[in-house]
Design a protein around this ligand. Structure first.
Ligand code: EAX
Length: 328
């Protein structure tokens, strides 16, 4: 009886102590991204920062560093997360395969039917496993935010089918699956960090690029000569919300739980914000002179990019691919 009493007493004594640890922990954390404050990444980041400040009563402040302020591009900023130089990062999966190889499975073309399919996979066991895999790279992946379905843009002419795009010199992310897919489709892809793209387009070093509506719109790529926008929706681009494991592990358990809960909560807010704004952004772009091709023959791109699946069959089995593609 005495032993039980002692155990209960010790447990009760521990609770205030945990509360005290959280009450004493104070920090100002750096959150980075490659895009500007108009982009949904940063609207979501602002919401995250506001909620953390409110829920910790000001103990933890999250400062925002958009537009590659903390690194040349997403690859370098992910290295910053690993080293603990950057605390939080909203990024595309572009360079992430070099840190956590399993994430590349989301980069395959025409993998997802629509946003409903995306949410079913990313918010289920498959998505959670992909986030957990980042721990091996000393990265805590809190949630999947959203970049969106990627679309081809160029300065040469309208692209309705894959043949119209033949020979276009386009920038891709530093992503081996995307590079292989565009090569298979007969275009001429070159990898480049996002921060270099606007100038490269302006100087006609490249003819085009591919990105979701929100990236194209927030960067105003029509000012860099991108007159033609084809709604290819050839790849769904998730945006893992990453945290330095050093920073995460240094926080009291209560704050760790708060960051995980708030990261997931903002994921829903940020994805909806992105999706709800797409149509209006397309109309705004058209007013700025962008010629949007909506009736794209997506099957022609899907067929042309198909060989990329067998090219990476050693890394990703048919079963793994089908588990995502056929999720219902
Ligand atoms: O994450 O590099 C890219 O094309 C990304 O879509 C962009 O940086 C947003």
């Amino acid at each position: 009886m005495k032993r039980v009493f002692m155990l209960v007493f010790a447990a009760l004594m521990a609770i205030p102590w945990i509360g005290t640890a959280a009450a004493e922990y104070k920090a100002t954390l750096k959150l980075a991204s490659a895009v500007n404050m108009d982009h949904p990444y940063m609207v979501g980041s602002q919401r995250f920062a506001d909620l953390i400040k409110e829920r910790t009563k000001g103990r933890i402040t999250v400062k925002l560093y958009p537009s590659n302020q903390l690194g040349k591009g997403e690859r370098e900023m992910t290295e910053g997360i690993q080293q603990g130089a950057i605390d939080l990062l909203v990024t595309s999966t572009g360079p992430l395969g070099g840190f956590s190889p399993s994430i590349n499975i989301l980069d395959f073309p025409f993998m997802f039917r629509d946003f409903k399919h995306v949410d079913l996979v990313l918010d289920g066991k498959i998505g959670q496993k992909l986030l957990d895999d980042f721990e091996k790279a000393n990265i805590k992946a809190l949630a999947f935010w959203e970049n969106g379905f990627r679309n081809l843009t160029n300065s040469r002419g309208p692209v309705k089918n894959v043949a119209d795009g033949k020979g276009l010199k386009i920038r891709t992310m530093e992503n081996k699956v995307h590079l292989a897919a565009w090569k298979a489709a007969g275009l001429n892809p070159t990898p480049m960090a996002w921060g270099e793209v606007f100038t490269a387009l302006q100087q006609k070093v490249i003819d085009g690029q591919e990105n979701p509506i929100a990236v194209f719109y927030s960067a105003k790529l029509w000012d860099a000569g991108q007159k033609y926008f084809s709604l290819t929706k050839h790849v769904y681009s998730p945006s893992p919300f990453l945290m330095s494991k050093k920073t995460f592990d240094a926080m009291p358990k209560e704050d760790q739980q708060l960051f995980l809960k708030t990261g997931l909560e903002v994921a829903k807010f940020q994805r909806k914000l992105n999706r709800d704004a797409e149509e209006a952004k397309l109309k705004e772009m058209a007013k700025s002179g962008v010629i949007v091709t909506r009736d794209v023959d997506r099957e022609s791109f899907k067929k042309a990019m198909g060989p990329v699946y067998s090219e990476f069959s050693a890394q990703f089995s048919k079963a793994e691919i089908d588990a995502i593609m056929n999720a219902k």
